[in-house]
Design a protein around this ligand. Structure first.
Ligand code: ADP
Ligand code: MG
Length: 900
């Protein structure tokens, strides 16, 4: 089909329906209901795309764009993919967030006069196209999420249709938008269904811009809670909600959509786990990102993330479960300890653990295979993979039964040998089955007598054909006679033209070729019928038998899924035990205290990626009732951010039930980890950074509780030092007010002024990262030690950068002066490269230094200090001393009253 490159490409919106050819009208009618999907229109051996779809897809998939007559001299842009290999093309479209509607010929073109009837048989979407998800070794879930919104309340459901995972909750209290965002961060859905009201929420815009997810608007009608009842879903823990109607609506939308997109197929999603946000440790989106739990900040890859560092799982099921554990740390000590007990037992029993790991290797994805079986989308090879995996279960059960502690109790209960299913598949499905279901060779010989018989007839008949050939040769005396087969007239007898006169009368001539004549006989046609009939009967019968087997296996899907999950648990537990032993981790004590006590803690990822010969320097952490907020100072590159992340990650690991990279650790439950990390890393993002920073701080201050862990890195850095320091100061005071938050906090900063807070604010203490100075400059020791610092090393850095000596000397003397008077206003930044330190006499009018008397925090300090400073101990009498003491006590009392 030659293409005239000069005429413009015709768009769907350009055409006049009445002028279209009948076929193009059919296309148009189908396409107009599916504006958001790419329509694969079946035409012979191809799926063709037309108009806008063709223009778009040809570019995306680098397909040749041609044109096809579409009536009245118009030519439609067209591109196509072969129908037998359309999967890989569809897969690419789906993973770029598109939907693909498969439009099939619904009648046999050979038997139809005129236009063949066509219709959509399947819509492949990112959240529902199970055939395109996973494969062996795939450790990712693929979630379809639905959001049902009324005002600022949400019903939310998330389902992985390929594994049957189905969770739901509803947010009907405060901070809903934020919880919603956190859930999206947790599930990372590939597709989101939403009702129209959602479009007018502030979250809608943020999500649309912030996530590369496919969005599908659905009518309010499709958010129907009754669908859930109709399908008899088991709603686990639904009594956590007084009125679960929003949650049910969200589930209903998923059920309906999954059904619609799988036209005619049965859904397998039968248990919905209902949860409330407080069931697990809440991790907000920026914390997940900052801590690089499952992907790195920079490249978004798994490599370099926590998951990458700790994942030793052997199966895709285990891989997915470990990821889920990381995404949803626990907040109930008994549940955590039950996991830890199991990990510890697996850690202790070395031999048994190795056996168990061995048993797991080579197991296919039982969960997804069972999903495919239940959805009716499996082929015979999938069943063989399932059988091969089931073959290993008995040994796995034997291994697992050597473990008795913690969650092993439940695992051993749930493991089902599934011997019946193994035998069913083993006896029924042929080892060398093809990928297709309609070409036979699926059913094993010996499974069905009828099938075997048909097989015999077909093979024997072929034998008869040979016999017939021989007897015809003898009868006619034509030695060169032979019987062959072609599609046009089936079996025929071929004779050289020179011998044509010798053929008997019952030969019916069919074709004359240059050198040969071709004939058929009634006898040969009888044989042919037998062969063809037997074969097609057998193919049909095999398909029927295959479906019977599939349905029987599907009927066991609950046992299969339960076993698959137990296998996943075994995998995760043994993986964590192996990790602990390889990497020298310890079992943490997890309790309800408000303590975090870590001895020689390490960062699990940094310690793996460090090239430094000196290796990773371990550090202690001790947060308790009196040491509640650590002000952590130290120069750039000292290791502040690493240390903070390490504390968060150790806490998180403990709460998923893992051993932790430390010599010992005691973790008092944390309900939510908040982080504000990264201003220094995204400085290139410019001015809006400070706004983002403040938004995050505001989120933290509004949502943190006494049980939370807060990691604040360089808060205030994004603005002028004066602003920044004041904000940092006030934020610490706010956090440390026992009546407001009193959360465990690490606050990294280069404002050394904040060290003063430890003397006036209960719970605040100072640590700094130790740095050694030698003749070559500073050496980073990465060691966290007690106490604050006064020296920012800014001048040292300036020296390393080659700032002239005179300037360095002058700045040293200014710094000395400033420290002596202790009363200065700071402009710009304390970092020498960024700004200058200026004495308060230069302060701009109207701007008061926070160190001046009159400042709330400093008032008490300063009055006391000046009163004491005025005392000349060498001159006063004991009576005067008593009076002074009386005065001092009075000042303290005043201040306290004044503050309350
Ligand atoms: P800061 O936040 O103080 O600027 P970072 O935490 O970003 O410093 O650490 C800077 C670099 O120092 C890290 O990339 C890492 O290579 C190294 N580092 C940090 N902490 C340690 C440690 N405890 N042991 C060894 N190297 C460390
Ligand atoms: Mg840092």
């Amino acid at each position: 089909m030659a293409d005239n490159q000069n005429t413009p490409l015709l768009k769907l919106s350009d055409i006049n329906y009445d002028e279209l050819s009948p076929m193009m009208r059919q296309y148009y009618d189908i396409k107009k209901d599916l504006p958001e999907a790419i329509v694969f229109y079946r035409l012979g051996d191809f799926y063709e795309m037309f108009f806008d779809d063709a223009i778009y897809v040809s570019r995306l998939l680098e397909l040749a764009l041609t044109r096809r007559d579409c009536g009245n001299n118009m030519r439609a842009p067209m591109c196509g993919v072969p129908f037998h290999s359309y999967q890989s093309y569809a897969q690419k479209l789906i993973s770029s967030g598109l939907k693909v509607a498969i439009c099939e010929q619904l009648e046999d073109p050979a038997l139809t006069k005129g236009l063949v009837k066509r219709g959509i048989v399947n819509i492949l979407t990112p959240g529902t196209a199970t055939d395109f998800m996973g494969g062996e070794g795939d450790k990712d879930n693929n979630y379809l999420m639905s959001i049902y919104c009324i005002g600022s309340q949400f019903g939310i459901a998330a389902a992985d249709i390929s594994t049957g995972d189905f969770d739901a909750t509803q947010l009907t209290f405060e901070a809903n938008g934020e919880h919603l965002m956190n859930l999206i961060g947790r599930y990372r859905p590939s597709e989101i269904l939403y009702n129209p009201a959602f479009e007018s929420t502030p979250e809608y815009e943020v999500i649309r811009q912030g996530f590369t997810t496919s969005f599908t608007k659905r009518s309010d009608r499709s958010f129907d809670g009754d669908t859930v009842k109709k399908h008899k879903y088991v709603m686990q823990d639904i009594d956590k909600f007084y009125d679960p109607s929003m949650l049910l609506s969200a589930c209903g939308a998923i059920a309906q959509y999954a059904e619609e997109t799988k036209t005619g197929r049965v859904m397998y999603l039968n248990t919905v786990k209902c949860f409330v946000m407080s069931d697990t440790m809440e991790l907000d989106y920026s914390t997940r990102t900052n801590l690089e739990l499952t992907a790195t900040i920079r490249s978004k890859s798994k490599r370099g993330s926590l998951l990458w560092a700790i994942d030793r799982t052997k199966t895709a099921m285990g891989g997915r479960l470990l990821r889920k554990w990381i995404e949803e740390p626990l907040v109930v000590t008994s549940l955590i300890n039950s996991r830890l007990d199991a990990v510890e037992e697996a850690y202790d029993k070395y031999m048994a653990r190795q056996e168990m790991i061995e048993a797991l290797s080579g197991l296919y994805d039982i969960e997804r295979l069972s999903g495919k079986v239940s959805l009716g989308s499996c082929n015979a090879r999938d069943l063989i993979s399932l059988r091969n995996s089931l073959a290993k279960i008995p040994f796995l059960i034997e291994c697992s039964s050597q473990f008795k502690k913690g969650i092993f109790k439940q695992i051993n209960k749930d493991l089902d040998p599934l011997q019946d299913i193994y035998e069913l598949i083993d006896s029924g499905i042929s080892e060398e089955c093809p990928l297709t279901l309609k070409d036979g060779d699926i059913i094993k010989r010996g499974y069905s007598e009828e099938c075997d018989e048909l097989y015999e007839i077909a093979t024997n008949a072929k034998q008869y054909i040979l016999q017939l050939e021989n007897s015809e040769k003898e009868k006619t005396g034509i030695k060169t006679l032979k019987i062959s087969y072609n599609k046009v007239f089936g079996y025929y007898i071929e004779v050289p033209r020179s011998q044509a006169d010798n053929v008997p009368d019952n030969y019916i001539r069919k074709q004359t070729l240059a050198n040969n004549e071709r004939y058929i006989t009634p006898e040969i046609k009888v044989l042919e019928d037998k062969i063809v009939n037997a074969s097609s009967k057998r193919v049909a019968l095999e398909y029927e038998l295959f479906n019977e087997i599939r349905i029987k296996v599907a009927a066991a899907s609950e046992r299969l899924f339960r076993t698959a999950r137990a296998v996943a648990l075994i995998d995760v537990i043994s993986s964590l035990a192996q990790l602990a032993s390889d990497e020298n981790y310890c079992r943490p004590v997890v309790d309800n205290s408000e303590i975090i006590e870590i001895e020689a803690g390490r960062h699990p990822v940094v310690e793996k990626t460090l090239n430094d010969a000196a290796g990773f320097i371990s550090n202690d952490t001790s947060l308790d009732e009196n040491r509640r907020l650590m002000v952590l100072t130290g120069p750039n590159m000292a290791g502040k951010s690493t240390y903070m992340r390490q504390v968060a990650i150790i806490t998180l690991m403990a709460q998923i039930g893992s051993f932790v990279p430390a010599k010992s650790a005691r973790i008092g439950l944390v309900d939510h980890i908040f982080t504000r990390i990264g201003a220094s890393d995204d400085i290139s993002m410019g001015q809006s950074t400070f706004m983002v920073e403040m938004r995050e701080v505001s989120y933290i201050l509004k949502n943190a509780t006494r049980r939370s862990l807060l990691l604040l890195d360089e808060v205030g850095r994004g603005t002028s030092t004066y602003d920044g320091l004041s904000i940092a100061w006030a934020v610490i005071e706010y956090i440390m007010d026992p009546n407001i938050l009193y959360s465990r906090t690490i606050f990294a900063t280069h404002y050394h002024e904040l060290n003063q807070l430890s003397r006036i604010c209960r719970g605040v203490f100072n640590n700094h990262v130790d740095v050694k100075e030698n003749k070559d400059g500073v050496v980073f020791l990465h060691k966290i030690v007690d106490g604050g610092t006064s020296d920012s090393y800014g001048i040292e850095v300036a020296r390393l950068a080659g700032v002239p000596n005179d300037v360095l000397l002058r700045s040293k003397s200014i710094l000395g002066e400033l420290e002596r008077i202790g009363n200065f206003k700071v402009v710009g930044s304390t970092k020498v490269e960024d700004g200058v330190l200026m004495p308060s006499s230069d302060a701009m009018p109207g701007q008061e230094s926070i160190f001046n008397p009159g400042n709330v925090v400093y008032r008490k300090e300063d009055k006391l200090r000046s009163a004491i400073r005025d005392v000349d101990i060498t001159r006063i009498t004991p009576l005067e001393a008593m009076n002074i003491l009386y005065e001092l006590v009075k000042i303290t009392g005043e201040e306290d009253n004044g503050e309350n």
